[in-house]
Design a protein around this ligand. Sequence first.
Ligand code: MEV
Length: 302
Amino acid sequence: MRAQATGRGDAKLIVFGEHSVVYGRPAVAAGLPSGAEATVRRSDDPGLTIDHPGGRLPVDDQLEVAADALLSVFDVDPDRLAIHVDIQIPVGVGLGSSAALATAISRALARLTGLRGREANATVEEAVAASETVFHGSPSGIDQCAAIDGRFFSFSPNDNQPVTRLDVPATTWVVARVGPPSSTAEMVASVRQLRARKRQFIESLFDDVADLTRRGIRALEAGDWKTVGEAMNRNQRLLKKLDVSTPDLDVACRAARDAGALGAKLTGAGGGGCIVALPPADDIDAVGRALQDHGEVFRFEL
Ligand code: MEV
């Protein structure tokens, strides 16, 4: 029996379709090269510690409930486990930190408990879904897929095979952390309330997002960045109508476009957090520089 094991999970970038994906529409995301790394140890000194770029993360009630849900899937005694996680991305800003965290811990636990192959994969999926339900309310599963499998993919939650790998030519994406952290569960709940009040309007808005996502998928695979950028801008206008953008996110998107970005939109649940911009290949720096006035800037070669 192993005494210690490690695991990792990827953070993610949603390029098209957040929120509408919760209602069955397609979305596009990519796993990021950074994410979370977990070490689990059998120990008489149990506990959960999480470090992130801002320091030690307080283990609040939501995290405890999510950890309990995740641990209940494994054949382990939680009172004899020391878990430590290093998260390499900012937390709660739309980059999928919760799914990366849950995936890292679940993979480490699968190894610790000797699970292999299909059984290990199924158990990790079940554990991450249990944890994500606590953070998202009704997760579509897109963050989980990115955290577990990385790469670029389209996600159609109602299909038998929801994940389709996309063959996207390598390019640089600029991400800026513009607003404060927000709660995905609260943002998803606010969209649910809006949809309950204005069902026809919101459903047709989701259909518009689905159309631009399909167009965006074709353009991504063709490396037609101008069309990708236009679809991102249209997605941002629709996210604004969904009331999940904020003045700070809108201003940063405009600043990115003024600096030459082909497209810019919020990424993730909104209500704060990050935007993603697609800079022109010949002037990536201009977009990065313009966004520095709005928040911390990251570049991802995907
Ligand atoms: C959050 O990263 C993405 C949302 O669409 C929620 C989900 O799909 O579970 C807002």
